[in-house]
Ligand binder design. Structure first.
Ligand SMILES: Nc1ncnc2c1ncn2[C@@H]1O[C@H](COP(=O)(O)OP(=O)(O)O)[C@@H](O)[C@H]1O
Ligand SMILES: CC(=O)OP(=O)(O)O
Ligand SMILES: [Mg+2]
Length: 398
């Protein structure tokens, strides 16, 4: 009998989910819900990979996360696998603040604390909490576990996480760098160590998805990462600006009368690749570049400039560099991004094997030349599997 865990990743307008058998780690089902809270009908795509495999799609009005999850559960009831066998539900919870580091059994008290932490991640935590509440209602008889994006970074050195702000103000408001995508940075850096057969690696992980972040990992410990108090800092992302002069906020307010919410929305939702090129998706940016669009070309240059800047800085902080790894939607698929970033890293003796880099594969792989002073890898991330593993550990310890 399989002992499945349901893993939920609730975003503001989407839910990604997987059902994973904890014995043997087989993926039993996965799915994606889109356009939650939209005036237009939302979509639920459900794929069953066990028993009688199949793919199912429905269009349905999805005013909130509770309706969306009810739709997902209906998919399970109509097409399988059997939800009754589920032993636990794992929830990706973006911001654990300074309260949560390890995977945590969710109680009413934990939910209250997460609500308190919400202002720290206004775009990410509220949908996560909505998902937790809805799932606990629909599947009340199994443990629910929170896994925090910030967890891998709780032990960053103080000089990495401290902002140059008034100490009292910072401590009163818990203002510091927290870092995000930690489940992915940890999973991928461990996969790299396995792949290269060494634990004592100085490595940089580039998680380039719609949200994007980069981390420096020394012998398994994160020593710096690009996201900050919120997931807005650092790299250029699909719609987020990443690093800008903090003076931009006051400037936009004074010049255009934009209030704080308007500036926040501008930087989070209309900036990044979208603001630079008119496209959020890297495939569309690439198509525009190929069609001679100069705005898209500049957008890509800003994107790789920022990446190279961080890689150079992190190599210095690490005091050496053994491996650079690309992961997530862009990192795993966009060969041109890897190629253009690596072309900026000659000073470190990075040499990409352009042919190997072009090969499409779902496997972890080396894409640098044998002579490269730094190994360059592509490693698929699997945040859901990492979450399932951490949940199993927590359940075993209780
Ligand atoms: N084949 C591809 N080539 C280039 N970029 C891709 C490809 N497939 C996906 N992407 C990029 O990956 C992004 C999604 O990455 P993902 O890691 O799934 O993000 P998130 O988890 O933040 O939704 C897309 O927005 C797109 O930019
Ligand atoms: C924290 C974060 O940026 O997450 P995502 O990439 O899912 O938006
Ligand atoms: Mg992601």
């Amino acid at each position: 009998m399989p002992k499945p865990i349901l893993v939920l990743n609730c975003g503001s307008s989407s839910i990604k989910y997987q059902m994973i058998d904890t014995e043997g780690e087989e993926l039993l089902a996965k799915g994606l819900v889109q356009k939650i809270g939209d005036t237009k009908p939302g979509t639920i795509d459900h794929e069953v990979l066990t028993g009688e495999p199949g793919e199912y799609h429905i269009d349905q009005q999805l005013p909130d996360h509770e309706t969306a999850l009810a739709g997902v559960f209906q998919m399970f009831r109509d097409h399988g696998p059997n939800l009754d066998a589920t032993i636990a539900v794992a929830h990706r919870t973006v911001h654990g603040g300074d309260r949560f580091a390890a995977p945590t059994l969710i109680t009413d008290e934990v939910v209250d604390t997460l609500i308190e932490l919400s202002p720290l991640a206004p775009l990410h935590n509220p949908p996560g909490i909505a998902g937790i509440k809805a799932a606990r209602k629909l599947l009340g008889n199994v443990p629910h576990i929170g896994i925090f994006d910030t967890a891998f970074f709780v032990n960053l050195p103080a000089d990495a996480y401290t902002y140059a702000l008034d100490t009292e103000l910072a401590s009163k408001t818990r203002l510091r760098k927290y870092g995000f995508h930690g489940t992915s940075h940890q999973f991928v850096s461990q996969e790299v160590a396995k792949f290269l057969g060494r634990d004592d690696l100085k490595q940089i992980v580039c998680h380039l998805g719609n949200g994007a972040s980069i981390s420096a990992v020394d012998s398994g410990h994160a020593i710096d990462t690009s996201m900050g108090l919120t997931p807005l800092a650092g790299l250029v992302m699909g719609t987020r600006s990443g690093d800008i002069d903090p003076g931009v906020m006051g400037y936009l307010h004074r010049e255009l009368g934009m209030d704080v919410d308007a500036v926040d929305a501008e930087l989070n939702k209309r900036s990044g690749l979208l603001g630079l090129t008119g496209h959020t998706d890297m495939r569309d940016v690439r198509a525009a570049i190929d069609a001679g669009d100069e705005r898209a070309r500049l957008g890509m240059d800003v994107y790789t400039h920022r990446l190279a800047f961080y890689i150079g800085g992190y190599a210095t902080l690490l005091g050496g560099l053994d491996a650079i790894t690309f992961t997530a939607g862009v990192g795993e698929n966009a060969a041109e991004v890897r190629s253009e970033v690596c072309a900026r890293l000659g000073i470190f003796g990075v040499e990409l094997d352009e042919e190997a880099n072009k090969v499409r594969s779902k496997q972890a792989r080396l894409v640098s030349t044998p002579g490269s002073k730094v190994a360059v890898l592509v490693v698929p991330t699997n945040e859901e599997l990492a979450m399932a593993r951490q949940s199993v550990e927590l359940l075993a310890a209780n």
